[in-house]
Design a protein around this ligand. Structure first.
Ligand code: HEC
Length: 164
């Protein structure tokens, strides 16, 4: 009698164990199919860590041109009427909005008056080709950027209209 019970118990027990093993195998297969690829996950993580730990500000002296250059490309792509201000903000302001003595600053009427007297064409040409005048400091060609003639002229126009 008790032997009979044991038999039943062992049969049920092994059925349950067998079912569990089958389920485990199914789960492993599903994990393989639907699971996240660990290496891709890791790459994502290190990319976002690099992003989050990037320096907040960068010193803007020698590298000014390289950092500012993309701004000009953006402006060209956007193509709106505000281009002069955008180029000025992205590129020219590094010098013309810096307060560095010798560089004619935006809005400094005194510094601009003799320059404006040369006529706009001279100002355009000096901004496009680069120029070293009375200050002894260099105005780099196109402000060190890669803007087109029209974009540089738009930035000059913006500077002029805010400095007379
Ligand atoms: C690296 C610094 C620097 C950057 C960037 C810069 N400039 Fe200048 N710019 C100067 C200096 C310095 C002068 C004055 C040169 C002198 O008179 O000796 C000057 C002068 C000028 C003048 C007057 C030229 C003249 O004939 O008197 C114009 C116009 C001008 N810059 C336009 C621009 C524009 C537009 C940009 C942006 C696209 C720009 N600059 C970016 C340094 C810079």
């Amino acid at each position: 009698m008790s032997q009979e019970k044991d038999k039943v118990f062992f049969r049920n027990f092994s059925l349950i164990v067998g079912a569990l093993v089958v389920m485990m195998v199914i789960f492993i297969i599903m994990a393989r199919i639907f699971g996240v690829d660990d290496s891709a996950e890791l790459e994502n993580q290190s990319a976002s860590v690099a992003e989050r730990t990037a320096p907040v500000g960068e010193v803007n002296v020698a590298g000014a041109e390289e950092q500012a250059a993309p701004a000009v490309t953006e402006v060209a792509a956007a193509g709106d009427g505000d281009a002069g201000k955008k180029i000025y903000d992205g590129l020219c302001a590094a010098c013309h909005g810096s307060g560095i003595p010798g560089i004619p600053q935006l809005g400094d009427k005194e510094a601009w008056a003799p320059r404006l007297a040369q006529g706009n064409d001279t100002l355009y040409a000096n901004a496009i080709d680069g120029f070293t005048g009375s200050s002894g400091m260099m105005m780099p060609p196109r402000g060190g950027g890669t803007g087109s003639d029209d974009e540089v002229k738009a930035a000059v126009d913006y500077m002029i209209s805010n400095s007379q």
